[in-house]
Design a protein around this ligand. Structure first.
Ligand code: ADP
Ligand code: MG
Length: 249
């Protein structure tokens, strides 16, 4: 989670804007993410957090500005998005596992069908990842046979098995029963410790504080404050951030 000032950012957003019909949802977004850095995005419902993540892996196209991913310049009309989507993994609030497929087949789908990797090699990686989160014994189960927390951990493994360079997490514990939240956050903390570059949207403030290298606070489509977690949580600079934090304490 450390980096020198000279290191090249893995992601750089410059003046990114996005509207749906006539509603401006993102405006003047400038954001730089270093390799290995954990960025947590906070902000009230509807402020554009999900849209921002979706723009980062091409699920939504930006209208304005540009996004640089490593050396790739992604302009609004650029065609490089398919390649990017494979290298930036995303996990959502609802797990999106295919119900008719076993856990292992859910995980192998991308590596085999999209990345055209060999079955033996992908399988070995999938099993190693399952082992690491303690779910190797669920390899041949169907999603409905698993708890919500287990399904979400499988969804994380499924994204990791594509060997992404960045992982995006959009409120991945919001739909879980409280007792399952911890096991999912634990997996994410572990990933952060291993040096994964992560951008996380969450309403778990304790977790945000523990995992983040940087907090980005959004309101009404703009980033209005960013800084290290210690100063953000103890001395938020804007009234909007203060009001936002008050609802949690
Ligand atoms: P957040 O994740 O912070 O709650 P979102 O990014 O989901 O916010 O939404 C930001 C705004 O964009 C909201 O007003 C939402 O209604 C609108 N929005 C999101 N997705 C779409 C879409 N596909 N079409 C139209 N409006 C959308
Ligand atoms: Mg959202």
């Amino acid at each position: 989670m450390t980096h020198t000032a000279a290191s090249k950012p893995i992601l750089k957003l410059m003046n990114v804007g996005k509207s749906f019909h006539k509603q401006v949802v993102l405006k003047n977004i400038h954001l730089t993410v270093q390799r290995g850095e954990v960025t947590v995005i906070l902000g009230p419902s509807g402020c554009g957090k999900s849209t921002l993540l979706r723009c980062l892996n091409g699920l939504e196209l930006i209208d304005e500005g540009s996004i640089r991913f490593n050396e790739l310049e992604l302009t609004p009309k650029g065609r490089q998005w398919q390649a990017v989507r494979e290298r930036i993994g995303m996990v959502f609030q609802s797990y999106h596992l295919f119900p008719h497929m076993k856990v292992i087949d859910n995980i192998l789908l991308g590596p085999l069908k999209v990345q055209k990797r060999s079955k033996a090699e992908a399988l070995a990686q999938a099993e190693e990842l399952l082992e690491r989160i303690g779910l190797l014994d669920k390899r041949d189960s169907y999603p409905r046979e698993l708890s919500g927390g287990q399904q979400q951990r499988i969804a994380i493994v499924r994204a990791l098995c594509m060997n992404p360079e960045v992982m995006l997490f959009d409120e991945v514990t919001a739909a879980l029963d409280p007792e399952m939240v911890k096991e999912v956050l634990e997996v994410m903390l572990q990933l952060a410790r291993e040096g994964m570059t992560m951008i996380i949207v969450t309403h778990e403030m304790g977790f945000a504080r523990a995992v983040a290298d940087r907090i980005v606070f959004m309101d009404k489509g703009s980033i209005i404050e960013q800084g290290n977690p210690k100063s953000f949580f103890s001395e938020p600079q804007t009234d909007r951030a203060k009001r936002f934090l008050q609802q949690f304490y």
